[in-house]
Structures are given as C-alpha cells and as structure tokens.
Design a protein around this ligand. Structure first.
Ligand code: FAD
Length: 477
C-alpha cells in the first residue's frame, strides 16, 4: 500500500441552505444566512449571533452531535415544547463529523441491537422526511468467524436477532466470496450475513435530524457553550452559558467527549464515567475495479477490523488491544479535528486488513483518520436520570457505536422523560449503577452507591475512570 495524500478533509458534511424557519437560529455570514458555518467562519468567534438566547425553556439539551439532535427530534415528536439545543461549535462538528458511517445491528446485547435497528429505519426515511440527502445505502454486512468459537458466538447472535425480528443468515465461506469481491475466505469457519445493515454520511444524518427537530419547534443555537448546570434542592433549575443564563426544568447532557467535564463543571458535580480514546481508520483511493457503494460492510471480529466501501475504495478501522487514551489533562478541543497519524499504532490493523483483503496491497492510501471517541468502563452507553439531581439526564459514552445507537437511544430517552419509563428494557444501559452520587450532604447516597461502592452494572466492569480507560477495547461490532 502506498501513502500519497495527507488531506485534512475527510467525510465532509454537505452544506444545507434549508431554512430552519421555526427556530431562526442560523449563524450569520456576511451577506447570507446558513445553518452550517464553515470552520473558517467559525474561527471568527466574535461574530454576533442571529437570535438572542431565550431566558427560559422547558428542556435544555447540551450537544449538537448525532445524540443531542436525536433526543431533540424525539422529544419534539412526543409533543414537548420549549426545547433549546445548545452547541458550543457547529452542529455535528464533534465526533460525529469523522464517524465511519456504519449502522450495524450486530451488538452484544439485545437492547443495543434494537436501538440500532430503530436507528437504521429512522435514518432510511430521514431523507424523505426532511429533503436532506443522507447518503443512506443499504449494504448489508458480513460478520466473519475465523474459528469455531467465534462461529458459535455468531450463531448465538443470529438466534438472538431472529427473536427480536431482525433478519440474518448464517452462511458458509463460499457464500461470503459471492457477496464480497475482496474478501479472502481461506481461514474462515463461516459468517453471519445481516442484509439490513447500512452506511450513511453521519454529518448529513446529524444535519437532517437537526432540520427535522427545528421543524417541530426545537430552538438550535450554535456557538453557545454550557458552562454549568444550576441545581436547587436536588432539582435542575437552569444553565449558565457563555451567552447568559436559561431557566429550565430539564437538562440533558449529550456532550459526547465533553460529557464528563460538563458533569464535573456543574454546581452539583455529576459523575459521567467515560473517557476519550483515539480511534483510527484508513481511507484508500479507489480500487482497480472501483468498489460499488452497496458492497457489504465486513466485520472481521477476530482480526479486530471493520471495512466498508468508500468512494470506490475502502474505509477500514479497528479496535486495538492497546488503545490510546486522550484528553487525560486539561480541556478538550472545541471542535474535533483529525488528530495526528500514528502508523506504528495502526500497523496491526493494517496487517489484519491486508490479510483479509490481499488485493488492497496495490491500492493507494488516501488518508489515515484519527478521531477521539468516548468509552465507558463496561462498554455500555450511559442513559438516564442522575441520582440525586432530578431533571438532569445523560445520554453519552457511545463506545464507537453512537451512530448506530443515536436514533433508538434518543427515542428511549425521550419516552423515559415523557412517560417515566421507555418502551424498551434499557436496564443494562441505565447509568445509575456506574455513578457516584453527587456531593450533596442533605441527600443520602442509596445503598451500594458512593465512592467506595463497586461498579455493579455489568459483571467484570472496572471503574478505572477518570484517570484513564481501564478497558481493552473489544470490538463493539
Ligand atoms: C473514527 C470514528 C469512527 C466511528 N465510526 C462509527 C460507525 O461507523 N458507526 C457508529 O455507530 N459509530 C461510530 N463511531 C462512534 C460515533 O461517531 C460516536 O459515538 C458519535 O458520533 C457520538 O455522538 P455524540 O453526539 O455523543 O458526540 P459528538 O458528536 O461529539 O457531539 C457532542 C457535541 O457536544 C458539544 N458540546 C460539548 N460540550 C459542550 C458544552 N459545554 N456546551 C455546548 N456544547 C457542547 C460538542 O461540541 C459536540 O458537538 C465512530 C467514532 C469514531 C471516532
């Protein structure tokens, strides 16, 4: 493989000129209004904001990534009004910007598969609902097994998926060869084919969700930072932002990488146990026979890699045994940028890719992308209301599956806030068991909680945070 380009623009978001007529909260560029400002325009942070912040809202959502916009969309759909979404930079300029765009239902627990299945259906119809092009392509995916143990676990996954109504087929290596032109099958025991899996352009999905939310009355304010959350007598009363305060009854922390910091910055500290790690993927130039966009995604779990078609070539990332923690000190960057390449670190994943698809040897490399993603101690996302702080909800810690989860997780959280419980059993994701109670002397910690309490959410989970991730990444594929 030859490396020839180190460009900085990876999966760029399509600019949308569509008017957010209900919110009117666009950025201002001399002579025109746009929802999505280019980084160049954002660099001039002193620009006036088009619309003043409201002094009051029912719900304030912090974070304009795929998760925050999904929550806003689902709350608005359930009839909530006075929803304000605040984003410190541009919508979708966090981790969502560099997401690889794979929606997969092959998840370790059923509730996660259900969330991904719902997200898939939602993203498929968003283009029609909003008029925003989302790059949705139903590719299907192939989960490969290099040994009998893996094959058995894929067969178990297949049984579990069938029970919840998700179509999938256990197949032989020869059938893999028919479905994907590049896969080397010589060492495979078998595979699981998931015909419904898909790929999208994540910033465009983010954008479409924002447009849909705004059309249901959600106010979206970019370049507005939540500094801390105000709490009185154990209940959220408002937020302080860099543009002034907003009184509110509910606050939702969807701040992705920043969710931990934001929790710590609150008047009553809220524990959001997640940590950033670097996550890498490679983009190639088109292969000799450009790979069709609908080529199935490949998940080689034993090789710890995933591969999708990308502009005639491939996008391939992976989950290393020795992940690199990031942002261990100081503040996170304002907007996620492609970070430093580390070819030595990526080498095991590159070797696994060339072993699985040997013909890529002659393909030119376009770029190695490195973007932070947040991980939790037990690799489950954090969802729910904070113990001891009524009205403070969290949805964060997506463990590299945030695109797959955002639709379903946003729906469940919105139902939870509306009805007091969601329609799916989200207990395995419920965040209380991993949290410490807030430092509030008048509210006693529930039994089993507190700084000495063990993490009880999942067997084998370790609470090594926030000093650094205590987990080795198992592929969340
Ligand atoms: C390289 C890479 C590839 C990936 N590929 C996939 C994939 O193929 N499939 C998949 O399902 N998942 C994938 N993921 C994971 C997925 O991209 C993330 O889980 C998801 O984008 C997280 O979305 P989010 O909304 O939680 O975070 P973000 O997109 O980071 O959004 C959080 C937002 O909150 C804002 N914010 C933070 N603090 C404040 C504050 N105080 N005030 C105001 N705003 C604030 C930030 O600016 C940011 O925009 C990948 C991740 C990486 C890094």
């Amino acid at each position: 493989m030859r490396c020839c380009v180190r460009s900085s623009g990876a999966l760029s978001p399509a600019l949308l000129r569509q008017v957010l007529s209900n919110s009117g909260c666009w950025g201002t560029v001399p002579g025109r209004h746009v929802l999505w400002l280019s980084p160049r325009h954002l660099a001039t942070a002193g620009e006036p904001h088009a619309t003043p912040l409201p002094s009051q809202a029912r719900v304030v959502i912090c974070g304009g990534g795929i998760v925050g916009t999904s929550v806003a969309y689902h709350l608005a759909k359930l009839g909530w009004t006075e929803i304000v979404l605040l984003e410190q930079g541009r919508l979708g300029a966090g981790t969502t910007r560099l997401c690889a765009g794979i929606i997969s239902v092959a998840k370790p627990i059923s509730i996660e598969s259900k969330m991904a299945d719902y997200s898939n259906a939602l993203y498929e119809r968003l283009e029609e609902e909003t008029g925003v092009k989302t790059g949705y392509v139903k590719t299907g995916s192939l989960c490969l097994a290099q040994n009998q143990d893996r094959f058995l676990s894929l067969k178990r996954l297949a049984s579990r998926l069938k029970v919840i109504g998700i179509s999938c087929n256990v197949i032989k290596p020869k059938e893999v060869e028919k479905l994907h032109p590049l896969v080397n099958i010589h060492d495979l025991a078998g595979a699981l084919h998931l015909p419904g899996d898909a790929v999208v352009s994540p910033p465009d999905i983010n954008h479409a969700l924002a447009v849909a939310a705004a059309s249901h009355g959600v106010q979206i304010h970019e370049r507005t930072t939540v500094n801390h959350v105000l709490v009185e007598k154990g209940h959220v009363t408002g937020v302080e932002t860099d543009r002034g305060p907003i009184d509110c009854e509910y606050f939702i922390n969807c701040a992705g990488q920043w969710a931990y910091e934001l929790g710590q910055a609150s008047e009553v500290k809220v524990s959001v146990p997640l940590h950033g790690c670097e996550h890498f993927y490679l983009l190639t130039k088109p292969t000799q026979q450009p790979l069709p966009a609908n080529t199935p995604v490949v998940m080689d779990m034993d090789g710890r890699i995933y591969v999708r078609a990308w502009q005639g070539g491939v996008l391939s990332g992976g989950f290393e045994k020795n992940p690199k923690p990031i942002f261990t000190e100081g503040r996170n960057q304002l907007e996620i940028q492609n970070m430093q390449e580390d070819w030595d670190h990526f080498e095991p994943m590159l070797s696994a890719l060339l072993r699985r698809m040997p013909s890529l040897e002659s393909c030119e490399i376009h770029q190695l992308v490195n973007c932070p993603e947040s991980f939790t101690p037990d690799m489950r996302c954090l969802m729910g209301e904070t113990p001891g702080v009524n009205g403070y909800f969290v949805l964060a810690g997506m463990n590299s599956s945030g695109l797959s989860f955002a639709g379903g997780a946003g729906k469940y959280l919105a139902e939870w806030m509306t009805y007091g419980y969601p329609s799916g059993n989200v207990w395995p994701l419920e965040n209380q068991a991993l949290r410490e109670p807030p430092e509030q002397p008048d509210i006693p910690a529930p039994p089993g909680h507190g700084s000495d309490a063990p993490a009880v959410r999942a067997e084998g989970a370790s609470l090594g945070l926030p000093d650094g991730p205590a987990v080795t990444h198992e592929p969340p594929l």
